[in-house]
Design a protein around this ligand. Structure first.
Ligand code: 6GU
Length: 240
C-alpha cells in the first residue's frame, strides 16, 4: 500500500520541496509514497479569501479562523480517513524517532501547517489534531517542520532506504548517538584514522565503537545518557 501524505498550507509551493529529490524523491518516483499539498486560502472568506483575523483579547499577530480551517480539513479528509491529523506548532509535544516509526508504520499523515500566531484553539480541539513541535526554536511557519517530520517518516518506509544501512545501528535506534565514521585515505592532512579500525579485529572494533557512542552521548546529551542508563538498570534493553 502506498503511504500517503496530505498537507494543508498557505504555501503549497513549498511541497514536495527537498522531498522530491534524493532518497525520498526516488521512492516517490517508485510509487512508494505520494504527497498532495493544498492551499488553505482556497477556503478563505470573501473577495480577499481571508483566512485569519485579530486575536480576541488583543495582542500581536493574526490567528487563523476555525471555520476556514474546518472547511479546508473537510475538503481533503474523507469520512473515516484512518491517517493521523497532525498540527505542526511550537506548542506541540516534541517529535521523536518513536513518532516517526509509529507514523511510518501507518497509512500516512494529514499535516496542518499554521502561519501567523497559529490556529484558533477551538479547531485544534474539535479536529482532534495531534500537536507536534520539532524542537525548541521558533520557525516562521509549520512548513519546514512538516518537511522535517515527513523526511523522518519516509526514510523508514519499506523499500525507501537502499538496504545499505540498517536503521538498527544509527543514532537513537539504540538510544545512543552514533560512533564516528572514517574512510580513505587512512591518513589525511596529518590526521590518521584510529588504528583499531584498520586492525581487522572485529571484536575490538565493536568495543571501540560502543565506547565512542557512550562517551559522545554522555558528553553531548546527558538527557539521552540518563535514559539509556535507566533502561540498562531496568533491564528493558541489555547492553551489547
Ligand atoms: Cl512545528 N512550527 C513552528 N512554527 N515553529 C517550530 C515548530 C513548528 N517546531 C519547532 N519550532
Amino acid at each position: 500500500m502506498t503511504w500517503h501524505a496530505t498537507v494543508l498550507t498557505l504555501f503549497p509551493e513549498m511541497f514536495p520541496g527537498p522531498l522530491g529529490l534524493s532518497l525520498a524523491g526516488r521512492a516517490r518516483d517508485d510509487g512508494l509514497w505520494t504527497l498532495d499539498a493544498h492551499d488553505i486560502r482556497a477556503h478563505g472568506l470573501g473577495r480577499h479569501r481571508n483566512v485569519d483575523d485579530t486575536p480576541f483579547g488583543g495582542g500581536a499577530g493574526m490567528v487563523m479562523r476555525p471555520d476556514v480551517i474546518s472547511t479546508a480539513i473537510a475538503a481533503h479528509r474523507p469520512e473515516g480517513d484512518p491517517r493521523p491529523l497532525i498540527y505542526l506548532t511550537p506548542r506541540g509535544r516534541l517529535f521523536s524517532q518513536a513518532d516517526a516509526e509509529r507514523f511510518a508504520s501507518g497509512p500516512g499523515l494529514m499535516l496542518l501547517c499554521g502561519r501567523y500566531e497559529g490556529l484558533d484553539q477551538r479547531i485544534i480541539e474539535a479536529s482532534g489534531a495531534e500537536e507536534i513541535s520539532i524542537g525548541d526554536y521558533v520557525l516562521s511557519g509549520g512548513e519546514p517542520a512538516a518537511l522535517v517530520l515527513l523526511d523522518a517518516c519516509l526514510r523508514l518506509l519499506p523499500g525507501v532506504m537502499g538496504g545499505a544501512e540498517s536503521a538498527e545501528e544509527e543514532s537513537f535506534a539504540g538510544g545512543l548517538l552514533e560512533y564516528p565514521h572514517y574512510t580513505r585515505p587512512a591518513e589525511w592532512d596529518g590526521r590518521p584514522v584510529p588504528p583499531v579500525l584498520l586492525s581487522g579485529d572485529h571484536g575490538a572494533i565493536s568495543a571501540w565503537r560502543r565506547a565512542q557512542a557512550e562517551d559522545t552521548t554522555r558528553l553531548r546529551r546527558p538527557d539521552l545518557w540518563a535514559a539509556h542508563l535507566s533502561r540498562r538498570i531496568s533491564g528493558r534493553q541489555s547492553p551489547q
